[in-house]
Design a protein around this ligand. Structure first.
Ligand code: NAP
Length: 444
């Protein structure tokens, strides 16, 4: 009999209790002995709870019990998680956590503490909920050089963007729907401003590149500025807007990382990852390109990862390699990265754009040697001015009679590829009034 304790009895905590009970038989077979949940540490007493005899509000019941060798923690309080984790590792107990805040903030220090105390610290549920991702990244791919990580790691924002795309809803309306369905918290800022994705990305990149990436250093932009017209425009041009967490290792060994909305071409897999689903693509030098897809949150998927960690510790024992080392080298500036931007600007700016990127817009006809141009009506009675064409094996959208576009219309334009800082500077210097700018996924 392996005794474990649970800290936190919310969404994920309940999922863990259910799973340990539902699949007790197969878990016991895999471990070689039953796993018994001996204590559940909660903040508040829960009168009438069917597991009343396991509940306690006294942490000493958990940490002082010599029979408890594994603690699974699923709470939503960073400092309390930190204190519990340190206490457990120091007391020689193995620790499994679902708290990405804990690992993104104190991961390096805590992993070191686990190594010193010869116990395990595991956190599969922290990134992409039920998708087995961290262990494959760290273990199965350990012979590979990983050069790129790119994915959708926040289900709430993905649901909101999907609603805006499918139903034409506004951002506030889609957010309200996410809250009603329990996908978004009452205070949704961590999700919609990209902070949640940023912490997950920091963990992913630290493991992928084996050096610590501080989440505070990752440029992060959420989805609050994405409008339904942006989405409609992107769709017409053949792209879906997704909140993408990405990092890559440059040839010179520098890390570039960013969380921001990105236009993904319809043909790419990430463009069709909708609703609350998550997907993470890895670029490796040996196994090739890999894709991990599934449910990134929720009681059962997250519990699957937490209990998987518990079983791993119970069967394999020590699991506490230093997963990454401290690294003080700065991340590559976002501005230095090469991008293509979709900009929205007033129709009246077209001449300036023409001068700025000569040869990219033919003002007299539908011909356009650039990637795409598009005009929309402000009154919402959109007329399609877009035609599809091919140029240099890339799908381009040509504007038809765009000079006929209605007054007060807007103009969408895809810039040539270049360093982000340079393109933005050019637009600024030319005095072009840019109403919105969205980055487009690079072809390779
Ligand atoms: N929800 C998901 O899908 C998901 C997926 C992956 C990871 N996570 C992570 O898993 C953790 C838990 O998420 P959740 O969705 O289950 O949150 P939740 O439903 O809000 O539950 C959090 C629980 O933590 C308890 N708690 C807070 N401080 C505590 C303390 N000092 N001691 C004991 N219990 C304490 C709360 O107790 P009271 O109820 O008594 O206040 C509550 O039951 C978070 O770190 C989250 O980021 C969540």
């Amino acid at each position: 009999m392996k005794n474990i304790a649970l800290i936190g009895y919310g969404v994920v905590g309940h999922g863990v209790v259910e799973l340990l009970s539902k699949n007790a038989d197969i878990i016991a077979k895999r471990v070689g002995e039953p796993i018994q949940l001996k204590h559940i540490l909660t903040l508040r007493p829960r009168v009438g709870d069917p597991r009343q005899e396991l509940l306690t509000q006294n942490a000493d019941d958990v940490f002082g019990d010599p029979e408890v060798s594994i603690i699974a923690e699923c709470i939503n309080n960073l400092e309390a998680s930190y204190a519990y984790c340190k206490r457990a590792l120091t007391a020689g107990k193995n620790y499994v956590t679902a708290s990405k805040n804990l690992i993104a903030t104190y991961g390096a220090e805590l992993i070191e503490l686990s190594v010193r105390n010869n116990v395990s610290l595991m956190f599969e549920a922290c990134v992409a909920g039920g998708i087995p991702l961290l262990r494959p990244l760290y273990k199965c791919l350990s012979s590979n050089r990983i050069t790129g990580v790119m994915g959708i790691v926040n289900g709430t924002t993905n649901y909101i963007l999907t609603q805006m795309k499918r139903e034409g809803r506004s951002f506030p309306d889609a957010l309200r729907s996410a809250q009603e369905l329990g996908y978004a918290e009452t205070d949704p800022s961590a999700d919609v401003q990209g902070f949640d994705a940023c912490r997950k990305l920091a963990i992913l990149l630290s493991i992928a590149f084996r050096r610590r990436v501080h989440y505070e250093n990752i440029p992060t932009e959420g989805i609050t500025a994405v409008t339904d017209s942006d989405i409609a425009l992107a769709e017409r041009l053949g792209y879906s807007i997704k909140l993408i967490a990405m990092g890559k290792l440059t040839k010179s060994g520098q890390i570039y990382a960013r969380v921001s909305p990105l236009l993904i071409p319809h043909g790419k897999v990430l463009a069709s990852v909708d609703d609350v689903f998550n997907a993470v693509a890895l670029t490796t030098d040996t196994a090739g390109d890999l894709l991990f897809y599934g449910r990134g949150a929720g009681a059962a998927p997250s519990a699957s990862s937490v209990v998987g960690d518990v079983i791993d510790i119970a069967t394999n024992g020590r699991y506490n390699d230093p997963m990454w080392h401290e690294d003080s080298s700065p991340l590559l500036s976002v501005e230095e990265n090469t991008v293509t931007l979709l900009i929205r600007t007033a129709l009246s700016e077209r001449e300036k754009l023409h001068r700025l990127f000569p040869g990219r817009i033919d003002t007299d006809s539908k011909l356009n040697v650039g990637e795409a141009a598009f005009a929309t009506r402000r009154d919402g009675v959109d007329k399609t001015y877009v035609e599809q064409g091919e140029q240099k094996q890339r799908s381009i959208s040509l504007i038809e009679n765009w000079y006929e576009a209605v007054e007060n219309g807007e103009f969408g334009y895809i810039t040539p590829e270049g360093a982000e800082a340079e393109i933005r500077e050019k637009l600024r210097d030319a005095g072009i009034e840019v109403r919105a700018t969205w980055r487009i996924m690079q072809a390779s």
